[in-house]
Design a protein around this ligand. Structure first.
Ligand SMILES: [Zn+2]
Length: 109
């Protein structure tokens, strides 16, 4: 296993892991329970991390993440998942929490 990304938020970590999975790369998120342990551990040590299961996926995962980061600055507004009601950033196409597809407000109902 190799660490490919340190996110500044849990939703961002899950988003990265979901996109990697979408590309056929097995990924997992560590430290995603940081809110419950914050205070015990120095903050920098409990940032959420994204790891790939297979070291051979490491370089490809890094490229995918780089691409995602370059498109991360978006003007799109945040959206709320219709399945689980979590907030998602405007550039997320899938809910970070439940992987439900985003439904554009114009297409709803
Ligand atoms: Zn959801």
């Amino acid at each position: 296993m190799k660490q490919v990304y340190t996110a500044d938020s849990v939703p961002m970590a899950w988003h990265m892991a979901n996109v990697l999975e979408y590309h056929g790369i097995q990924a997992l998120v560590k430290n995603d329970k940081l809110y419950s342990v914050a205070g015990e551990i120095p903050f920098i040590e409990c940032l959420p991390e994204v790891w790939v299961q297979n070291d051979l996926d490491y370089i490809r995962a890094g490229q995918i993440i780089k691409e995602l980061e370059s498109t991360a600055k978006t003007e799109e507004p945040d959206w709320r998942c219709r399945a689980c009601a979590e907030e998602n950033a405007g550039n997320f196409d899938l809910c970070w929490n439940c992987q439900a597809e985003r439904v554009a407000s114009g297409e709803a109902d």
